[in-house]
Write a protein that binds this ligand. Structure first.
Ligand code: MG
Length: 159
């Protein structure tokens, strides 16, 4: 089989005094995402989808939060490593479709910058990285602005 599909999910808490980084883009906001690395939930969900597509487990296995070397890590560098891992096995990203679920701030003005950063790291065209955003209609923890969640689907092809 020359195509594989994977899905990824991530959620991080919104807290004061932390940057809000999604897809490598630093988004101005009063709250930021809490995590061991830079807590870039979008990049994490994409990495999990890439790993999942090849049944390679999840990012916790490759970059354990217990390991101090990943403290404050730039998730784009971790994504680069996951990309190298799949390329070493002969696979490439066909396309990505991700959804950011966030009540605030507005994501739309930042989506194309995220797309650009992720596409550059993965050495694919910008239109191979689809990123959408929605609110949770004020429902649940995401709706109460306690966190930001991301869903991602990735298609890989061999060649
Ligand atoms: Mg994460």
């Amino acid at each position: 089989m020359n195509i594989r599909i994977g899905n990824g999910y991530d959620i991080h808490r919104l807290v004061p005094d932390r940057p809000l980084i999604l897809g490598g883009v630093d988004i101005p906001h009063s709250l930021g995402l809490l995590g061991h690395s830079d807590a870039d939930a979008l990049t994490h969900a994409i990495m999990d989808a890439m790993l999942g597509s090849l049944s390679l487990g999840d990012i916790g296995h490759y970059f354990p939060p217990s390991d101090p070397q990943w403290s404050g890590a730039d998730s784009l560098l971790l994504l680069q490593q996951v990309d190298q891992l799949i390329r070493a096995r002969g696979w490439h990203v066909g396309n990505i479709d991700a959804v950011i679920v966030a009540e605030k701030p507005k994501m739309k003005p930042h989506l194309s910058a995220m797309q650009e950063k992720l596409a550059d790291v993965l050495h694919v065209d910008h239109d191979q990285v689809g990123i959408k955003a929605t609110t949770n209609e004020k429902l649940g923890p995401v709706g109460r602005e306690e966190g930001i969640a991301v869903y991602a689907v990735v298609l890989l092809f061999r060649g």
